[in-house]
Design a protein around this ligand. Sequence first.
Ligand SMILES: [Fe+2]
Ligand SMILES: [Fe+2]
Length: 284
Amino acid sequence: MQAILDQQPLKELDEWDDFVAARYKQGKSEEEFRNYKQDANPTVTEFYRQNHLYQTVDFVLGKKREYGELSRGKKSIWEMAEYLNTLVDDSDPDTDLTQIQHLMQTSEAIRKDGHPRWFVLTGFVHDLGKVLCLYGEPQWAVVGDTFPVGCAYSDQIVFPEFFADNPDSKIPEYQTKYGIYQPNCGLDNVHLSWGHDEYIYRVTRDYLPEESQYMLRYHSFYSAHKHGAYTHLMNAKDERMFEWVRKFNPYDLYSKGLERPNFEELKPYYEDLVSEFFPDQIAW
Ligand SMILES: [Fe+2]
Ligand SMILES: [Fe+2]
């Protein structure tokens, strides 16, 4: 049991989201950007240590085998949203949002800006992959900035020094610029560290447009969409589609301070929206 507890250093999963939001607070200078450690408390630092230590090529391939075929049964989007909401933590109900509130806050901000319905829906489902936590996955395998495994780590990733203890850093083949990949092979051929992005992408990809798939799959790939790293692995289509990933990111990062959405009032709109794109039940 102790070993399991040790792998949940964050008091709540959202602590990572809050760290990223603080790191990318609007109006920061380049100097402040580089100084990300000031936004990281000891639990966030420990979380990144574990994430960078354990996310290896073998680990990612194993998780893709385990979850990639979506063999955990059929459920509706709503059942999963309610399931995710049971993510129990000792957060303060007056100040902290539930998981559904974060999803609705993101999607409502997108809706207010007049974006298409599929974009609003993308906001509403973007973090449902966090149910991985309820499947028993440790925090470092659910959240955190994602990054390619099997090639050199970009120094644009936070806490790059923690990669020194990753077993893959001892494998020379994995530590060249391209590693196991070909130049500009396209991100579809690249394995990113495992987490909630890849999982929700896989669950929803048959039902949502490609722009949405990119937003879901790469929304935590900060070194790429915020700092321009890894363009040597992207193809022309990735570069084009990343415009959408960048369009999505502010809604995820900056909608938290906005008014708390009224779930009951908004529910009919979202029921309509969900059933426009998804069948009653989908494979998870
Ligand atoms: Fe997310
Ligand atoms: Fe989010």
